[in-house]
Design a protein around this ligand. Sequence first.
Ligand SMILES: [Zn+2]
Length: 283
Amino acid sequence: MKAYISVDLEGVSGIIHSSQTQPSEPGYNRALELMHDETNAAIRGLLRAGVSEIVVNDSHWDMRNLHLEKLHSDKAVHLRSGWQKPFSMVSGLSEAARRPDFTIFLGYHARAGHATGVLSHTYRAQIFFEVTLDGKPVGETGLNAALAGHFGVPVALVSGDDAVCEEARDLLGDVMTCQVKECVSRYSAVFPDYQSTLVKLEEAACQAAKSKQHWQLFQAAKPARIGITMFDPAMADAAELIPDAKRIDSRKILIEAADYSQAFRLMLAIGALGASRKDPHFS
Ligand SMILES: [Zn+2]
């Protein structure tokens, strides 16, 4: 059995502020330790369940956060590191020969605009105001689950705060979730005992691998429709340079594609174009 873990940072226990997630900021090195601890807990759980290959996809920021030598050492473990890589947080699922049986979303966070989700955002925290899939607001959980589903890979487990766990169940149905913190607001959370959290996560990963009945294959409607409301009209102007991006109003762009993976790539491209119009002088 092969597993794939997409590891983000904002949803990891101990993280409540964006400065902890930026390599240039103090606090980032401690955050990395927590990210490794959760990743290793999940790896241990999967190994206990008999998983023979585990691809860990570093899915945060420049995707160079996880250190190979700090991961639980086992022949089964492979680290997919660095940027740029196709399909970003779910890179590698398109390769048929390496396709895993299921995926885990670890350290995930709630969608942009969630009232209390810790560090809520969707891919581009300062570019995407809201992202919808088939008209419904979604976060990285939904967008990435749909990409995995497009390639026939189900989601077995989502971990993060209570907001992202609820978001996952709301969209994916009976998927297993593991709550590692309780959100108070976008920048505040209650953390349970740390070692207990790691034990809980290891157990959740082990159970998820064994509980095929809970794996959720999530597929977008055809054609796939991703709506993106940009933070400002200049960003939408840049997004509109893509011929397939339809301008809906001053800030909203709609992408429609028969193939969800094409819509997903256009969404990533719009993020990059939007970022090029971020105004450094306006605060
Ligand atoms: Zn993220």
